[in-house]
Design a protein around this ligand. Sequence first.
Ligand SMILES: [Zn+2]
Length: 169
Amino acid sequence: MKVHLRVFVEVENLGKAMNALTDAGITGFYVLEYKGMSPQDWKGFSIKEDPKSAISLIRDMATDAVLVCSVVEEEKVDGIVDALTESLKGEKYTILEVPIRRIIVNYGDQEKVERAETWLLEKEVECFYCGEKATQRIRIDTNRAKIWCTNCGAARHYTIKGSEKGAAR
Ligand SMILES: [Zn+2]
């Protein structure tokens, strides 16, 4: 089973939390900024129900905090939690472990995926056309490359052989 690990920390501890998570072997994460109040701070409050006072109370009282979320294998959770408690010793934090029943991922349309795989490089060399030493821009798509000169604009196109479409995915 996979677990959705949610780590609530104050902004100043984000770096510590991220390093601990990375060292413990998480492979991906997302971060959300939020305003929060812990149950201890909240206890005893009653707010007027008009939106204005509710919002101003939250502005004044709530702490800036960050939520770091990651999806991890269940076997890895204990190790990650140990690493977090070690590095966040003495700080305020909350960790939630939420079991995941199912994950559905949609990669969007193919075209977008390919665009994301485009590489752009620059190299200053003698141009094959104008002969000037000028920056040559190199753009590499999944199976094509284009090199063009920023001085004269001359371009060359290449087809990259042996890069089977989709094979790397
Ligand atoms: Zn040129």
